[in-house]
Design a protein around this ligand. Structure first.
Ligand SMILES: Cc1ncc(COP(=O)(O)O)c(C=O)c1O
Length: 344
């Protein structure tokens, strides 16, 4: 028997069985972008889901994630959060913020990569909300994940109860929050008498798993384009489907995705993770100058670039409703303004 199509209220009810800390400003607005859409041509309608406005220290997708992750940490009696990513990590900034609000100690291990380490952008905000910051040369991905597990072990041996970036535990929970975001979009579009013809989001991880799951739960057949900001040393569609299925399991739902349900596009990463692309810059400036909505060059602008390219390529009929889920990331531009400044 196929799994049932759910209403947004039923998706929310399924998520309600999980511990949750209220941290985000929800629902985020869904706004139409008429001047931006007109510049693209093709007669499409473009909406932005303002998850750059989730609150929690300047917004972004991790505010939603952290409602479930830090909710899990608190329910488990943890007293310390051990987290890590790049120096300009939006994830770490919002996790540090959530920890401050919930009274949890936050230890951040930030992978240097090519980043400067003076306090600017996300790093400045980490310090301001009281996170303990250390830099490491462990590379993003499996090496940093193993490093964080070892740190958590050290704290455990010292008598602490750490909650740490442990992908099989945290990624499905974070994905639940984006199934809920899709349910929010469904209600907001329904109030306008609309249904989506496509969703776009920057993700190669939990956010995309949640969006793909949310779409499946609601029985939507439109594409959910997951525009990857980086390559990972694993097959992203397989991992995305696996994490979506683990999220459905945590929600007590029978729905299961296969690789063919995941539209993950690694074609917008170039010239590399963290580096601006010409198409991303163009999309960023077009949205900023027509609608005064900022994106960031590492994540959201690359997803927006995919939307721009698909519309210009004639993928959608006039009147199509396209939803760009804006995952935030803007604080990083203050650390590296050269990545966003227009040519002068
Ligand atoms: C602004 C922004 N957008 C998108 C993403 C991707 O999220 P996910 O790791 O859930 O795919 C991130 C991750 O750090 C981010 O900071």
């Amino acid at each position: 028997m196929p799994a049932p199509v759910l209403t947004p209220a039923e998706v929310r009810a399924a998520a309600a069985r999980l511990p949750r800390a209220r941290l985000a400003h929800l629902p985020t607005p869904l706004e139409e972008l008429p001047r931006f859409a007109a510049r693209l041509g093709g007669g499409v309608r473009v909406f932005v889901k303002r998850d750059d406005c989730t609150g929690l220290l300047l917004g972004g997708n991790k505010a939603r994630h952290n409602e479930f992750l830090l909710g899990d940490a608190v329910a488990d009696g943890c007293d310390l959060v051990v987290w890590g990513a790049g120096v300009q990590s939006n994830n770490c900034r919002q996790t540090a913020a959530g920890c401050a609000k919930l009274g949890l100690e936050c230890r951040l291990y930030l992978s240097r990569g090519h980043y400067r380490t003076e306090p600017q952008g996300n790093l400045l905000l980490d310090y301001l909300v009281g996170a303990h910051v250390e830099f490491t040369d462990a590379a993003l991905g499996p090496e940093l994940t193993a490093f964080l597990a070892a740190k958590a072990d050290e704290f455990r041996r010292a008598g602490r109860r750490p909650y740490y970036w442990n992908p099989p535990r945290v990624v499905p929970l974070a994905a639940v929050s984006y199934a809920l975001c899709v349910a929010e979009i469904a209600e907001q579009l329904a109030a306008l008498g609309l249904a989506p013809d496509a969703l776009y989001v920057s993700s190669a991880g939990a956010t995309g798993s949640g969006v793909a799951l949310g779409k499946a739960l609601l029985g939507w057949t439109c594409p959910a384009r997951l525009i990857c900001p980086m390559h990972w040393p694993w097959h992203i569609p397989t991992r995305t489907a696996d994490d979506a299925n683990a999220a459905a399991e945590r929600m007590g739902l029978p729905h299961r995705l296969t690789v063919s349900d995941v539209d993950a596009d690694e074609g917008y990463v170039a010239p590399g993770y963290g580096l601006p692309s010409p198409a991303g810059r163009e999309a960023l400036h077009l949205l900023a100058t027509t609608e005064a909505v900022l994106t960031d060059p590492v994540y959201s602008a690359k997803a927006l670039a995919a939307l721009v390219a698909d519309v210009r390529g004639g993928r959608y009929r006039p009147g199509s409703v396209l939803v760009f889920i804006h995952t935030g990331g803007v604080p990083a531009i203050f650390a590296e303004p050269e990545k966003v400044l227009p040519e002068r």
